[in-house]
Write a protein that binds this ligand. Structure first.
Ligand code: ADP
Ligand code: MG
Length: 300
């Protein structure tokens, strides 16, 4: 394409809230035949809410959330925010001050740990518990499985080495996500979902979105490695776009031929991306590719 055509293309994108950072991004978008989607905040709304709580110890739900929120208030994770919001409702106080958390540690992709009111507390997924030698009872397993089948994420809370409760958070699919995937299918573009969340929840969400290929329980480095495999793996190799919103997506956004960031996402993801979907709509992925196709077919 001529420099003028590229300027027109990026200009049209800008008016539609699709920020294209230069001609190379547009050219790569024209060649894309595989799109890797992050789950949380990209395919899903990204504002999880706590929907159920099940206690396994003799304690009040207020006390349970007092401990849990005290640990999670130190985390930036959307699940942590959901838990703190829910805890405020349980305590019936918007400005409740939580007990102090000591020795707070955030374990990326697994959860958080701290000492609250002299008790060791862990909040996180199964891996978090197993890594700390905490036994998960059959009852707790059952509740986790049920949450996963409903496309919810189950979170375990342990106090002094024993599971005190399980809570489930729900983060629904963005409206229209399913349609975007089916349009991409018709454009012969393969869709893949990659997430740090567990396999059960990931498969449920993928089914709702109409995505057949899923990679779950992925660390940030795994997301980037997967992109590289897709680029090199096949006989011809895929030209890969990655769509994501989180800090943990940025290595993959950089590794992809085209990184697309959700506008509502973290600054780090936006910086790492080649294209920014300012309105955070998945439909704008199609707009970006259409624009790239128009720009690069003019010279053929
Ligand atoms: P995603 O790719 O879905 O953004 P992450 O890698 O951030 O996933 O997290 C993976 C999983 O680790 C979450 O689904 C959750 O089970 C657990 N987790 C991470 N951070 C926290 C936290 N602050 N509190 C509880 N669980 C957490
Ligand atoms: Mg995300």
């Amino acid at each position: 394409a001529t420099p003028t055509a590229v300027m027109v293309g990026t200009g049209v994108g800008a008016t539609q809230g699709v920020l294209i950072k230069g001609g190379q991004a547009l050219e790569s978008a024209h060649k894309v035949n595989c799109i890797v989607f992050d789950k949380t905040g990209t395919l899903t709304v990204g504002k999880p809410v706590v929907v159920t709580t099940k206690l396994f110890k003799k304690m009040s739900i207020k006390d349970f959330y007092e401990f849990t929120a005290a640990a999670e208030v130190n985390s930036e994770h959307p699940i942590a925010k959901a838990i703190v919001e829910h805890a405020k409702k349980i305590t019936e106080e918007q400005n409740h001050s939580w007990p102090e958390a000591h020795n707070f540690v955030s374990v990326s992709g697994h959860g958080v740990k701290a000492i609250v009111l002299n008790k060791d507390i862990l909040v996180g997924n199964k891996k978090m518990m197993l890594d700390h030698n905490i036994t998960i009872s059959a009852d707790a397993e059952e509740i986790l499985a049920e949450a996963e089948s409903l496309a919810q994420t189950g979170i375990l809370v342990s106090l002094d080495g024993e599971v005190a409760g399980v809570l489930a958070v729900s983060d629904p699919l963005k409206p229209g996500a399913n349609e975007v995937i089916s349009i991409l299918n018709s454009m012969k573009i393969k869709s893949i979902m990659v997430t740090g969340d567990n396999w059960g929840t990931a498969n449920s969400i993928a089914r709702q979105a109409g995505i057949e290929t899923v990679i779950a329980e992925a660390q940030p480095e795994t997301k980037a490695t997967k992109i590289k495999e897709l680029q090199l793996g096949q006989a011809s190799g895929y030209t890969v776009a990655m769509v994501g919103d989180g800090i943990n997506d940025s290595p993959a956004l950089v590794a992809a031929d085209v990184g697309m960031a959700i506008g509502a996402g973290t600054d780090i993801a936006i910086e790492a991306a080649d294209i920014v979907l300012m309105k955070s709509n998945l439909e704008d992925i199609i707009i970006a590719i259409d624009l790239a196709n128009k720009t690069f077919s003019r010279i053929r």
